[in-house]
Design a protein around this ligand. Structure first.
Ligand SMILES: Nc1ncnc2c1ncn2[C@@H]1O[C@H](COP(=O)(O)OP(=O)(O)OP(=O)(O)O)[C@@H](O)[C@H]1O
Ligand SMILES: [Mg+2]
Length: 269
């Protein structure tokens, strides 16, 4: 078993603090017979980079899309930046940046046109040129989206999430499929965003990425959180509680935590 202090249900009541950027309580969502989210609780502090980790089908995207106000929930409470989607949708939308797991942008628009379109959704935001610079798509500014590589499209999707100068940024697998250079470039971008004391919720399957970027991570499985802590806390707890093969605290990684808690078998979708 994971270290008791990291058992999520035992710590959750103390977790919510005033001013949290995102609070989710008892969230449930089913698609027909498939229960995607099953009593999920979360509290993301303002200014932190919070990672949602979990195997394929664990319910991460469903959770995020409910928090983003894009999917209805079956039950539970969601509070984003102190507001609810039911009461303050327009105000809330202004303050969020969203990169979806499967962003489909119009292939016929250019990079610049795409960003102008997304910028038009916000009253206030960043300069288009500045955002293009941040994601290093300057050379592709006039290229049509259809002509971009997968990695360039991914960076454009992140740029679309940044153009409204959000307080809370949701990134659902922002670096999946990127080459090492693009991944590192996106990491710097995320770190820079974080240095301005704004909040990020991200999902990733790259444990190295979560270790590097996230202040805290939640491991989600079967639609609820099974462990929560800083990467270092989780790694230390797994070294104590999951022998053998005993990854020593000094050599254990977040990937050891992930596999120890969620098992080695593939998930059926
Ligand atoms: N639109 C949908 N209709 C039916 N089932 C769905 C739908 N979207 C998701 N599911 C199911 O809900 C469960 C959770 O899916 P979700 O996409 O939230 O997982 P995830 O943790 O984001 O996975 P991944 O790591 O593969 O992105 C899965 O069993 C999935 O098959
Ligand atoms: Mg997903």
């Amino acid at each position: 078993m994971v270290h008791p202090t990291l058992l999520y249900d035992t710590v959750f009541p103390a977790m919510v603090t005033p001013g949290d950027a995102l609070v989710v309580r008892g969230l449930r969502k089913a698609y027909g017979d498939v229960v995607a989210v099953d009593g999920l609780d979360l509290a993301v502090r303002s200014g932190e980079c919070f990672g949602l980790l979990g195997p394929n089908g664990a319910g991460k995207t469903t959770t995020i899309e409910i928090c983003e106000g894009l999917l209805p929930r079956d039950s539970g409470d969601v509070e984003v930046l102190g507001m609810t989607w039911e009461s303050e949708e327009t105000r809330l939308r202004e303050r969020l940046g969203i990169q979806l797991q499967d962003t489909q942008l119009s292939e016929k628009l250019t990079v610049e046109e795409t960003l102008r379109l997304f910028r038009s959704f916000y009253d206030a935001g960043r300069e288009i040129g500045e955002v293009i610079e941040i994601v290093q798509l300057g050379e592709k500014q006039s290229a049509r989206v259809g002509s971009l590589s997968g990695g360039q499209k991914q960076r454009l999707a992140v740029a679309c999430a940044l153009v409204g100068d959000p307080e809370l940024l949701f990134l659902d697998e922002p670096t999946t499929g990127l080459d090492p250079q693009s991944r590192r470039q996106l990491w710097s971008l995320i770190e820079e965003f974080q240095s301005t004391a704004r909040t990020i919720v991200l999902t990733t399957h790259y444990m190295e990425e979560a270790e590097r970027l996230c202040d805290r991570v939640a491991i989600v499985d079967h639609g609820h959180v099974i462990a929560l802590g800083t990467p270092v806390e989780l790694i230390e707890s797994i070294a104590e509680t999951h022998p053998p093969p005993p990854p020593k605290a000094s050599s254990a990684t977040l990937e050891d935590v992930f596999v120890a808690l969620t098992g080695r078998t593939l998930r059926e979708e």
